[in-house]
Every structure is written in C-alpha cells, then in structure tokens.
Design a protein around this ligand. Structure first.
Ligand code: KIV
Length: 263
C-alpha cells in the first residue's frame, strides 16, 4: 500500500518510483497485481480511451468516471487524478468543486499542469488537505500554445523558466512533480535541486521516478510512438492474434466446445 508519504521517503532513500496511467477497472486490476508504485488517472484518457487528438476534451465528469473505475480495482495503489483542461483556471471555488468531485470518486491526490497564473489555486488545494502533484515541461493542455507536442526547455531562457516553476511548485507544497519531455540534463538538474521527487516522462534517467501511459508500455497502439516510450510487450499483435484465433474458431465451429456449453 503506497501513500503520499512514500514519495518523500523514496526520494530520501534514492529509490526510484514507478508510475503508470490507468483509466478503467480491468487494467487497474492488473496494475494492482504488479509491483508498480502508483497510478495516474491521466487526462490522456481523452486520447487513449476516447480517441481525441488532444487531452482538451477531458472534463471533470469524464475524469471522475475513470477515477471511480480505477479506485474500485486498484485499492492498494496511490491514485492521483488529473484536473482537466481549464478546470483549475476559473478561480478557487470552481477548482475546489472539481477537486471535491475527483476526491469523492476515489482520487487520493490531484495533478495539475503549470503554475504561472494559478499559484493561489495550488496553495488553496494543498491548504485544504489534498495532495497536489505538479506537472511542467510539455503540458499537453497547452498544446495549441506550445505549437504541438514538442520537447520543452531546450534554450537557456526556457530552462530557467522551468527551473523557476519547479521551485515554485515545491514551495507551494506539491508532493511530487512530473517533468514531461524536457532534456535529460535539465531534468536531472531540477531533480537534484528539489526536495520533492520528480517523475519523468521523456525526461531521461536522472529523475526520481518514471511514468508511462499503460497502453504505450503494453504496445497496444503502434500508431503512437513517442521516442521516450519503451514497449514491454507487443500488445497490438498479441491481442489481434487472439481475436483472429477466436474468429477462426467461430467460423470453423471449433468454438464453443462442449465444456463451454450448458447441458
Ligand atoms: O495524462 C497523462 O497521462 C499525463 C502523463 C503523461 C504524465 O499527464
């Protein structure tokens, strides 16, 4: 059973933290049976589960449904849920309503992207007793402002901005910080300078932990292949092969058998 306190402990012990996304009950059950430390109900659900080209269509209601499904199946894992697009940019009251919905659906922490312009919201959520995970670098909710899903922090000015934002999120009380798509050296430097753990995705090996989208790790969607993904199984072929074998069995009347039928 992982708790928010373990994140600080893992960093103190230089023990790497493993995280994956999960959006539904069956995959959360498999994650629960694994040694992976913690789960993110990411707003990447909008892309992975609903087929949208970005995370923008995710709403609080959608994230709440995914959170409940995951929480029911991954009870032993620490569950963080993304505050979706604009849900924390309409003032503290609206943000707290969103946080309340997600926490009541089973989240144990929330994650939000960026910090500039909503420091008060981060401080208020933390002050309300809800753990907050920060997220800087490539922040997909700002994809249109960033001009696409691209590496961030490559020049000195951008690197300095990310470093400042990382320190600010730590000061505001975040328990961990996602660094997405930033140069490995910059991520390692931020990690060394912070007391809170960093969780990298496309940020090299120098962060305190890593997160991958579960479907990327399982290789179930080969149409998406960011450089930072490592596919641990060829899920796409395994699963379509199972479907083809089922199809063949149905069409040749080999399925169902006697043992799979009622007398
Ligand atoms: O929504 C998501 O999956 C995320 C991870 C990529 C960190 O925010």
């Amino acid at each position: 059973m992982t708790s928010v306190l373990d994140f600080a402990r893992f960093k103190a012990e230089s023990r790497k933290i493993s995280m994956v996304t999960a959006y539904d009950a069956w995959s959360a059950r498999l994650v629960a049976h694994s040694r992976v430390d913690a789960v993110l109900v990411g707003d990447s659900a909008a892309m992975v589960m609903h087929g949208h080209p970005s995370t923008l269509p995710a709403t609080v209601a959608v994230m709440a449904l995914h959170t409940r499904a995951v929480a029911q199946s991954a009870a032993g894992k620490f569950i963080t849920t993304d505050l979706p697009f604009l849900s924390f940019r309409k003032g503290i009251a609206a943000a707290m309503t969103a946080v309340g919905v997600l926490m009541r659906h089973g989240a144990q922490a929330v994650k939000l992207e960026g910090v500039d312009g909503h420091e008060d919201v981060v401080a208020h959520i933390v002050g309300s007793g809800v753990p907050v995970m920060g997220h800087i670098g490539l922040t997909p909710q700002s994809v249109h402002q960033l001009g696409g899903f691209r590496v961030q922090g490559r020049d000195d000015e951008a690197a300095a901005r990310l470093t400042r934002q990382a320190h600010r999120l730590e000061e505001l009380g975040c328990f961990a910080l996602v660094l997405e798509c930033v140069p490995a050296g910059l991520a390692a430097g931020i990690t060394a300078a912070l007391r809170i753990p960093t969780i990298g995705i496309g940020a090299g090996a120098g962060t305190d932990g890593q997160i991958l989208v579960l479907q990327d790790l399982w290789g179930v969607d080969t149409s998406r292949a960011p450089r930072f993904v490592r596919r641990y199984i060829d899920g796409e072929h395994l699963l379509t092969d199972a479907l083809d074998r089922y199809d063949a069995d149905v069409k040749s009347a080999r399925f169902p058998g006697v043992d799979e039928s009622y007398s």
